[in-house]
Ligand binder design. Structure first.
Ligand code: CU
Ligand code: ZN
Length: 199
């Protein structure tokens, strides 16, 4: 009885793939496969399609900045990979700012830091709070090149949660360093690069 109903459930759950191959399994194998298969089904449901956005950075405030930022969303997490060129050696700040507008020559059109959750400015991950756009500082080498790499489930690409959705915002690179303390933006100085995050 048990065996029959198990087989029925198994066949039903495998209907899409077809159930030609399950005739001769014993109960143990059957149960194991059913379990494995429902795990697969679950992960298929959870796993959204991978989304990717590439943002080109344009120079601002008379800088020589160039670069590209790629955001990839997979398994509920967004990974950001940036390569930025044309900066002075040392540390520089990079943030997500609230408006998808890089039109101003000094980048101020992008507005302040993206802060949908009304936290204070801070270091990413700080228990006392931080803006959803507070990516932080990155290191630029003697050739003027720097990279940024981070992965977070605080962001999404084009989802319905406006506390997470990075689309419709802008990436800003600063000449100065984010001190993670000064409000509202870490005293990071001149905006030397800007790129709109759009689908
Ligand atoms: Cu900024
Ligand atoms: Zn901030």
């Amino acid at each position: 009885m048990k065996r029959i109903s198990l087989s029925l459930v198994f066949c039903a759950s495998l209907f899409i793939i077809g159930c030609k191959n399950d005739k001769k399994e014993n109960d143990t194998e059957n149960a194991a496969e059913t379990e494995m298969n429902s795990e697969m089904d679950n992960s298929m449901e959870k796993e959204e399609e991978t989304k990717e956005i590439t943002v080109s950075l344009e120079p601002k405030s008379g800088s020589d900045l160039g670069g590209e930022v790629t955001f990839t969303q997979e398994d509920g997490k967004v990974t950001m990979e940036a390569t930025i060129t044309g900066l002075a050696e040392g540390q520089h700040a990079i943030h997500i700012h609230q408006k998808a507008d890089c039109s101003a020559e000094d980048g101020t059109s992008a507005g302040g830091h993206w802060n949908p959750t009304n936290e204070k400015h801070g270091k990413w991950g700080d228990a006392e709070g931080y803006h959803k756009g507070d990516i932080g500082n990155f290191e630029v080498d003697a050739n003027g090149e720097g990279t940024v790499s981070m992965t977070t489930d605080d962001w999404c690409i084009g989802c319905d949660d406006e506390n997470k959705n990075i689309v419709g915002k802008a990436i800003i690179v600063h000449d100065g360093v984010d001190d993670y303390t000064s409000q509202p933006s870490g005293a990071a100085g001149t905006r030397v690069g800007c790129g709109v995050i759009k689908m």
